[in-house]
Design a protein around this ligand. Structure first.
Ligand SMILES: Nc1ncnc2c1ncn2[C@@H]1O[C@H](COP(=O)(O)OP(=O)(O)O)[C@@H](O)[C@H]1O
Ligand SMILES: [Mg+2]
Length: 265
């Protein structure tokens, strides 16, 4: 592994943080190498992830499927730089994210990755517009610029008529759309979603999946979604099934077409 992934040069870190995204559909944007995460508990350690290795390519819609407790959120947190592996490495654009300092990591989370959570995590006292503006303000964008872009993004997710509404005045599906627009605020190359349809009804969940799919097609973002929602099978380029913290199998589009076809028959 070490010759594939030499220590990151300062230039590579600078490219990761500030460089333009290369529009190469086959480029590996995220690489997890033998990632293990164990949690120390009073009655011993739990291995939430055992030895996960996974490459994710630019523009891919990847679903991480598995039952509750299989390690999806743990993997999500590793890939998103929200938590550190007990052992193993995660590379984003070929940079080992463990090598980033706190400032660089914060920059990565703010600019490179957009996050969507099961419980939306939008700020209840702020309007849709302000929620979507927030990451842009953090990134140093001018307020009027941020406002215009936030309005555009909210229109993109179908909420052009809800700019001034606050989350309590919105349905769950609409709140998740605000979260989607917020995730896109700083033009990330990767959108990470953890059970984005987990709190939505069937129809609203299907709409959200369609929206994520559209983002992959139109904006070329890489979507990585942890889920146990089978509706995701229809739009995924690849599905990684995890069970007890290990990759049980992976299926690509061709395998999925056959399976989805046979499910619908
Ligand atoms: N902070 C934690 N402390 C201890 N155990 C944890 C913690 N987070 C998750 N786990 C355990 O790790 C395993 C995987 O959890 P998780 O990644 O949340 O699964 P999933 O998202 O697939 O439901 C579970 O057995 C869970 O109980
Ligand atoms: Mg989870």
């Amino acid at each position: 592994m070490s010759d594939l992934h030499p220590p990151a040069s300062p230039e590579a870190v600078a490219d990761l943080l500030y460089g333009p995204d290369v529009d190469d559909a086959r480029r590996v944007v995220v690489s997890a190498r033998e990632v293990r995460r164990s949690y120390a508990m009073a009655d011993g350690a739990t291995d939430a992830l055992q030895c996960v290795s996974l490459d994710i390519r630019s523009g891919e819609y990847l679903s991480i499927m598995g039952p509750s407790g299989s390690g999806k959120t743990t993997l999500f947190n590793m890939i998103g730089g929200l938590d550190k592996p007990t052992s193993g490495k995660v590379f984003i654009d070929e940079v080992d994210i463990a090598q980033l300092d706190a400032y660089e990591l914060a920059w990565l989370r703010c600019r490179k990755i957009g996050y969507i959570f099961q419980t939306f995590n939008v700020i209840p006292v702020m309007t849709s517009l302000e929620n979507v503006m927030l990451p842009m303000v953090f990134a140093g964008r001018r307020a009027d610029d941020a406002r215009d872009r936030a309005a555009d993004l909210l229109r993109l997710v179908g909420l052009g008529d809800r700019l001034k509404h606050k989350p309590p005045q919105l349905s769950g599906g609409q709140q998740q759309r605000v979260a989607c627009a917020r995730a896109l605020a700083n033009d990330p190359s990767i959108v990470l979603a953890d059970e984005p349809t987990g709190n939505l009804d069937l129809r609203t969940g299907a709409d959200l999946i369609e929206l994520l799919h559209r983002l992959v097609e139109e904006k070329g973002v890489t979507v990585i979604s942890a889920t146990h929602d089978m509706k995701m099978l229809n739009v995924s380029d690849r599905v990684v099934w995890i069970r007890d913290g290990r990759i049980a199998r992976t299926e690509d589009r061709a395998d999925l077409d056959i399976r989805v076809g046979s499910v619908e028959d």
